[in-house]
Design a protein around this ligand. Structure first.
Ligand code: ZN
Length: 132
């Protein structure tokens, strides 16, 4: 694990949340992107070395829609940058963590990603990401 790459925040509406975070962070949203594999639309802000990723569900049954139904809007996951995602995935699996995908998959912002099951991480959803 190299650093916290970004913090993912589940929101109901990017249209409302983008201007809010632009005001909060005093920085413009530099990109929005649909991630097909996750059925979400994302919006990114860069602050120093760390990014904030807002996530809006693209469908009514998507993971973000279900998260908001259960817990409301708020912090959804922490993403850590890794140098070699496959190596890190097998290391973590060996340590007893549960990988939510067996192979790295394409995520937002040109990354390869893998999520860890929150049951092993004090209910914090962890994402590993590597520059693709
Ligand atoms: Zn993320």
């Amino acid at each position: 694990m190299l650093k916290v790459e970004h913090i993912g925040i589940a929101v109901k509406s990017l249209q409302q949340s983008i201007p809010l975070f632009e005001k909060l962070l005093q920085t413009p949203c530099y990109k929005t992107e649909v991630v097909e594999s996750e059925k979400v639309t994302t919006a990114f802000f860069q602050k120093g070395e760390t990014k904030i990723e807002l996530l809006e569900s693209a469908t009514e049954e998507g993971v973000i829609a279900r998260f908001i139904q259960k817990k409301g809007e708020g912090i959804h996951h922490l993403a850590f940058e890794v140098a070699d995602i496959k190596k890190e995935m097998s290391r973590l699996e060996g340590e007893g963590f549960t990988l939510l995908n067996k192979e790295p998959k394409p995520g937002a912002d040109g990354k390869l990603i893998c999520f860890l099951h929150p049951k092993d991480t004090n209910s914090v959803l962890i994402e590993l990401c590597q520059e693709a």
